[in-house]
Design a protein around this ligand. Structure first.
Ligand code: URA
Ligand code: SF4
Length: 207
């Protein structure tokens, strides 16, 4: 068996050469994602922005700074988790990714999740939330404010994975009320991660 890191690098190479949707035409760099292949928690954003496109790394602009701060507040570093996006190339002018672009690109994310096998996935914003909640097999409303801060379960290869949707950090940059909501959801994540390290109590306590 190849190790996780090698498989993730192979996926990243495919992404860097990918031309499956039109977004490849304007990219400087694709942004496959980065972090710890053995993490229990993944963070999934929407798509790269300008700075991510320039650097080929996720969440390195202003929203990324806030994400790094939110992680630090609950005792996590970027290096110990895995951070990526649903769409791996930057949509022009940072527009929302189109349905077709998400359909073409999301198999890469699915493969990354299958390799990493996280226990928890935090979805940042509406696009990654709706994409992952699509795997519950149930219909969900579309408003991120009504979906966030609750726990959902999906199954990846029969293993349960807890989804915790929250807001996109970019939305909270100039809005203290939304920042407070993000902080609250990250506090919830901290509690979930504590319960995972105490297997007896388990995630059941949260449902
Ligand atoms: N916004 C995202 O959704 N992803 C990034 O990587 C950066 C900003
Ligand atoms: Fe390929 Fe995804 Fe980039 Fe489109 S956004 S070209 S599907 S890697």
């Amino acid at each position: 068996m190849e190790n996780k890191e090698k498989i993730l690098e192979k996926i990243a190479e495919e992404i860097r050469e990918c031309k499956k949707c039109p977004l490849w035409r304007n990219r400087k760099n694709a942004v496959p994602g980065e972090g710890n292949p053995d993490t229990v928690v993944m963070f999934i954003g929407e798509a790269p922005g300008r700075f991510e496109d320039l650097e080929g790394r996720p969440f390195v602009g202003a929203a990324g700074k806030l994400l790094t701060e939110l992680l630090r507040n609950i005792g996590l570093t970027r290096e110990e988790v895995y951070i990526t996006n649903v769409v791996k190339c930057r949509p022009p002018g940072n527009r929302d990714p189109a349905r077709d672009e998400i359909d073409k690109c999301s198999p890469y994310l699915d493969r990354q999740i299958e390799v990493i096998k996280p226990k928890v996935i935090v979805t940042l914003g509406r696009h990654s939330t709706l994409y992952l909640l699509g795997k519950t097999g149930r219909k969900h409303g579309k408003g991120i404010l009504s979906l966030r801060g609750r726990l959902y379960t999906i199954h990846i290869n029969r293993n349960p994975v807890t989804i915790l949707p929250t807001l996109h950090p970019a939305a909270a940059l100039y809005n203290p009320r939304l920042k407070t909501i993000l902080e609250k959801d990250f506090d919830k994540l901290k509690e979930i991660l504590k319960s995972i390290s105490k297997p007896k109590k388990g995630l059941d306590a949260f449902f």
